[in-house]
Design a protein around this ligand. Sequence first.
Ligand SMILES: [Zn+2]
Length: 403
Amino acid sequence: MGISQDARMMLTDHNVMTSSTLELSLLSERYHETEGGTSLAYMSDSVLNIKLDKKGARCSDWERRDLTPQQIDYAAADAWVAYEIFQVLFLRAMKERHDSEIPSILEFCSEFMDRRPVKVIAAKRNTEKKEMKVSKRKEYPARKEALYENCRMVSPTGETLCTCSAKKLKWYIERGLADQVSEDPPTIRLRFQPNGSGHSGDPYYLGHKENICVVCGATDKLVRHSIVPHSYRRHFDVKDKSRSSHDIVLVCQKCLQKISSVDMSLRQLISMETGISLAGVNPKYIISPELQRAKKCAKVFICNNSENLPEAKMKQYKEVIGMYLQKDPEQLTMEDYKQVVTEDLKKPNPDHKPHEEEVIEAIKNDRDKLEAFVHRWRRNFRDKMRPQHLPDHWTVDRPLDFH
Ligand SMILES: [Zn+2]
């Protein structure tokens, strides 16, 4: 349950890379039930009829060098129970199948791999009827209009220059710059010879593109997805950033969820290889110890706890606050105390640099390295997501300098 989080911790704390994770709560949602929750203890009880005693061991000291027998039992039971639950649910799923073909375990699991857990929130525990709510997974706003309208623009000599939207065709026709020469697909011929040759000769760019999820073929709730994550791409030079149409594809919300896990694995790998932490260079926020001390002292004055304070202590507290505010301690007012207490302890660190920026800065002036980086993301997408509906001529190896 929430195994992707554990995998992340194994990487950051112990440098142990996980190639894939299987989220049991998703399996349970499909082949069992999640009304009583998705905790391992609940599932162990409801699927296996085994009660896990988690309370004692969970709150014990896991930092100690020698774990107690109780802690060892607890850790081992966690791993064993998860495996047993999987076995039961797998068999149940096989019984439900109507076709005679039994998939391999890997095939069966692929739908539940590298995914985030089902979140079940217990609402109003003390009401008679236990109401449970399944939290909504984060969804990106889906496109309302088709991304590809597959209209065409040709030169006066009949050479196809580019594909474009119906709006663009209309714009050219209304200004007398082009004539419509075909309805299907809608095509205009320019009345002037353009300077460049557009995308002429580029079969990928000029090819017909379907408005479907490139992974599963769904036509509903589609979003644009950048195969090289936008957080990296935004740090490319402008000329490279603009050459992105090959790597922006349509996917459905369901596939997008899986893509984010798959992307996270590659990010982790990049982080390990480059030594650039996913948290970035230098902490994002800094905590001022002076403010931390001043807050503690100001709270005493605000909560009226200062009356019983020895005078020397009170003076000392005021000095701490005065020092932070750079103000005479004797002149401090209630407003000052309130200001200190409400001030945000975390301040943005000007020396912080996001992981993505640091990674791209190190390679963006080396064409080969930058190209290898882009190819790697495409390969990751193709190999891990196995997209079945990529547009014709989409390739992992398309050169970076191709528009
Ligand atoms: Zn899909």
